[in-house]
Write a protein that binds this ligand. Structure first.
Ligand code: SF4
Length: 364
């Protein structure tokens, strides 16, 4: 997605749900040598289809009319007709309300299969990433490396770790030594494997490795550049525009971006998903009937356990006037291991569900 799209994670309360067409193009185009199997599988698992509601004829199950994927017709998903979402509701409806046709979204169950079904040739392993893993995590099994919890537990956070893995510039080293008042630092081993070990100007590296430039504060800069704190009726909820809110269940991210506009919040451990705090948010939303659009962001909502995320989505879906539920996440880019079949099963229960995927650069 473009850089303006990628700002969704921190700014999306101002925006309409984004188009999914770029995601679809990524999901269905042929594999590129630079994509790892994990990257490709993640893109496909999260692939969404943005289609108008079908005509009554098209809504009927059709045999032998498929596009060849898994031998099933395009009109069927997991044995259900094209004319219905997997919760049995017609496309274009959420909680009994009609959605604009262009906003109807369906998570395609076919793409939950991690096998890259749309490619003729197997993707080529990213050699740089493979070499990184062999050098710095030689004892990690495939099971470890593919576990999002293992990746979270082995994040690169200290100067010692950075010095071992990349050749730091003076500005990077000084920033890591001084630390303190800056944004928190944390990079998953997976994402670190994509970073150029010698070039401080590599785009990905600049987005996650701090430099002393972060200490420079110019006129007009503010700790809360989006003015969120002044529009927070309940801790962890920003309500600036009449019909939409930003819901912050936690302040944890598996990898911290140097450009984050919510740096005053993320990584401080002050916003935690405890039930009392969440209950106050649900109560506000239940009473505030003009709210129809909820963006769950943070911190990264996909850092929550499946059960916790399931509980949050279930409570939001139970509020009749909430039509749109969105998740802003960078996990598919920095920790694609998080996209598990179990997570997909949770998300599938609540669609139409929007996800703002936070990608910055082709190297991701
Ligand atoms: S640090 Fe977290 S909240 Fe901030 S932009 Fe990155 S993923 Fe989004």
């Amino acid at each position: 997605m473009s850089s303006s799209d990628s700002d969704e994670c921190t700014r999306a309360v101002e925006d309409e749900p984004p188009s999914t067409r770029k995601i679809n193009r990524l999901a269905h185009r042929p594999a590129r040598p630079s994509l790892t199997p994990l990257q490709l599988a993640t893109i496909q698992a999260l692939a969404v289809i943005d289609e108008p509601p079908p005509s009554p004829a098209a809504a009927k199950p059709r045999r032998n009319a498929g596009n060849g994927t898994n031998g099933k017709s395009r009109g069927k998903t997991n044995g259900k007709t094209h004319g219905k979402t997997t919760n049995g509701k017609a496309p274009g409806k959420a909680n009994g309300k009609h959605l604009p046709a262009s906003r109807t979204l369906r998570v395609d169950a076919r793409h939950a299969d991690p096998a890259p079904a749309t490619t003729a040739e197997p993707p080529v392993i990213n050699q740089q990433a493979a070499a990184f893993r062999r050098q710095f995590f030689p004892d990690a099994s495939d099971h470890d490396w593919d576990s999002w919890r293992w990746q979270s537990q082995h994040r690169i956070r200290t100067l010692d770790h950075f010095e071992r893995m990349i050749t730091l510039s003076d500005a990077e080293r000084e920033a890591l030594e001084r630390g303190g008042t800056m944004l928190p630092v944390g990079i998953t081993p997976y994402y670190m494997s994509l970073i150029d070990p010698v070039d401080p100007a590599q785009p990905l590296r600049k987005t996650v490795v701090p430099t002393t430039a972060e200490f420079v504060r110019t006129d007009g800069e503010a700790d809360d550049p989006l003015g969120e704190d002044g529009h927070s009726p309940v801790p962890g909820l920003v309500h600036r525009y009449p019909d939409r809110v930003l819901f912050l269940p936690l302040d944890f991210c598996s990898t911290y971006c140097r450009y984050c506009t919510r740096s005053r919040v993320v990584g401080h451990g002050e916003i935690v998903p405890n039930e009392a705090r969440l209950e106050a948010i649900y109560q506000y939303l239940e009473e505030t009937t003009q709210v129809r659009d909820v963006l769950i962001s943070g911190g990264d909502p996909l850092a929550l356990s499946d059960d916790k995320l399931d509980g949050i989505l279930g409570r939001l879906r139970a509020i009749p006037h909430i039509e749109f539920v969105r998740i802003g996440t960078k996990m598919p880019a920095v920790l694609p291991q998080r996209i598990t079949p179990e997570l997909c099963a949770v998300l599938r229960k609540y669609h139409p569900l929007w996800m703002s995927l936070h990608f910055l650069h082709p190297s991701e």
